[in-house]
Ligand binder design. Sequence first.
Ligand SMILES: Cc1ncc(COP(=O)(O)O)c(C=O)c1O
Length: 398
Amino acid sequence: MAITPLMPVYPRCGVRPVRGEGCHLIGEDGTRYLDMAAGIAVNALGHGHPHLVKAIAEQAATLMHVSNLYGSPQGEALAERIVANSFADTVFFTNSGTEAVECAIKTARRFHFAEGNPQRHTIITFENAFHGRTMGAISATNQSKMRDGFEPLLPGFAYAPFNDLAAALALIDDETAGFMVETIQGEGGVSVATPEFIQGLRRVCDEHGLLLILDEVQCGYGRTGKMWAYEHYGIEPDIMPIAKGIGGGFPLGACLATERAAKGMVIGTHGSTYGGNPLAMAAGQAVLDVMLEDGFLAQVEAMGERLRGGLEQLIPNHDHVFEGVRGRGLMLGLKLKAGVEPRDFVAHARDNHQLLLVAAGGNVVRILPPLVIDERHVVECLDKLATAARVYVPAADD
Ligand SMILES: Cc1ncc(COP(=O)(O)O)c(C=O)c1O
């Protein structure tokens, strides 16, 4: 048999982490890495955060899982806290980002159904979007690398160029349900939506009775230095899938919605065996305890500015590799020079300089550290990046 027991869908590298300590990962062979990837924007509190570890351990010993057929004091408490700190009136808990996106799509379709307009089912999404790997989520992107071979996909999606308001408006017809957009595209290359674009989509939704879904699975939950990325735009969405940082490493996602947008989500319309179980809720509470502490988000913003400033200084000295910095807060992208392959540079930084980064589309390398980094980690990251760039020789084209 040639296939590996672990289904070979990932290009796994040689790093085999067995332990995490704060902002560092330790490999099977004892090598210590600076983790500027954080499980792809997941380990918001770093590795082994004592408050999160204790909360999970205590809850595991008390009550791990019960079905959603019973009352959920744990789910109610976390949902109330998220509602109190966001635009939302209601929350559905999931185990991942893609399930949160599925719930968002279903919520939008059910809204129009409940309004007596079931024909309004099409969601306009954007080029280079990434919303996850379920059938609904891959139908919501036009990226062929995620879709090929999985057709027929879910009907009811149309695609416009990102940050092109006029093109998005041109796609609206009698079947349009709304828009779904990442406030900052992550996997697509750390592309920040412009204020005109997001505010324009909001305005058009209000004018046409459409719904605005902001996918903040990657850019939400403190990553940009505000609790939610939409806060940078002075608007609010109707529906918002979130995940990643919300469990700090414990699998947890959520779909947030206003009361109006969720009007079709009545008993029996949606569900999940594990979603919102007591163990996940304990992890979610522990992350929020830390994130809502005075000064936490200000520190994310400050570290984001510090790191960005350092990267900007680095670029002119290494302009054979780097072209520019993009992003917001601690969701940063280094745009590489044409001809420098992100995966190749990520491998070089990892294997030769023990620095963990993540490749993205658009010739960009993502820097997505734990939100708890301090000055020492910033300096370590900049030092490693500078050394890595200095000795980097782009892989020869073949
Ligand atoms: C914006 C966005 N949406 C959805 C997802 C899917 O999340 P998950 O991998 O947890 O299913 C991701 C994952 O990277 C994402 O970045």
